[in-house]
Design a protein around this ligand. Structure first.
Ligand code: GLN
Length: 190
């Protein structure tokens, strides 16, 4: 299985390591030709406006959009969640606009810019998941086909819509492989 990690900006190295620990092959995606032969793609955390701008500049926006529409598995974490969303509160237009969610950027406020908390995510088992939030977005609204995977203080922070998975937090930073395993299972089934 070969997973592409979008490497335009942000926390891509850590994702790569976790997937390789799980036995997947990984490749860094910076150009459209790097999408060839992949079974799944990760859009990491970072800064969504920058990632969106670079996706356009490197002619990746349209090919990734087409893949996503065809059922190709894509995981977005933090800024990646914002890049996947169909609607971004306060923004005139989305980036990839693939996933039927409305996101609120930076929704956890200044006083809590970064924090770690243990989340209950039933799809990966009963043991709580250590989640690191860094200027994290949350999902303010989900469309009909979207399954909520986790909430933090009543806010949706993890969701799935068929081949698309999004987390508000950074699952690549704590060394817990379960959410990467969860995504690989979706890739295997696709
Ligand atoms: N809130 C940031 C954004 O708008 C995302 C922060 C992150 O990825 N750690 O892009």
């Amino acid at each position: 299985m070969k997973i592409g990690v979008l490497a335009l900006q942000g926390a891509f190295r850590e994702h790569r390591k976790l997937f390789e620990d799980l036995g997947a092959e990984t490749t860094l995606v910076k150009l459209p030709e790097h999408l060839e032969g992949l079974n799944g793609l990760v859009i990491p955390g970072g800064e969504s406006t920058t990632i969106g701008k670079l996706l356009r500049e490197y002619n990746l926006l349209q090919p990734v959009q087409s893949l996503g529409q065809e059922g190709f598995p894509i995981l977005g974490t933090c800024a990646g969640m914002i890049v996947l969303a169909k609607q971004i509160l306060g923004a005139p237009e989305p980036h990839l606009g693939l996933m039927d969610i409305t996101v609120d950027r930076n929704s956890f406020g200044r006083q809590r810019e970064s924090f770690e908390t243990d989340l209950d995510i039933p799809v990966i088992g009963s043991e709580l998941f250590p989640a690191v939030f860094i200027r994290a977005p949350h999902v303010q609204k989900v469309g009909e086909g979207v399954t909520v995977l986790a909430r933090y203080n009543d806010r949706v922070v993890a969701a799935r819509e068929d081949n698309l998975v999004a987390f508000s937090f950074h699952p690549e930073l704590t060394g817990d492989h379960r959410l990467h395993r969860y995504f690989l299972d979706i890739v295997e089934q696709a």
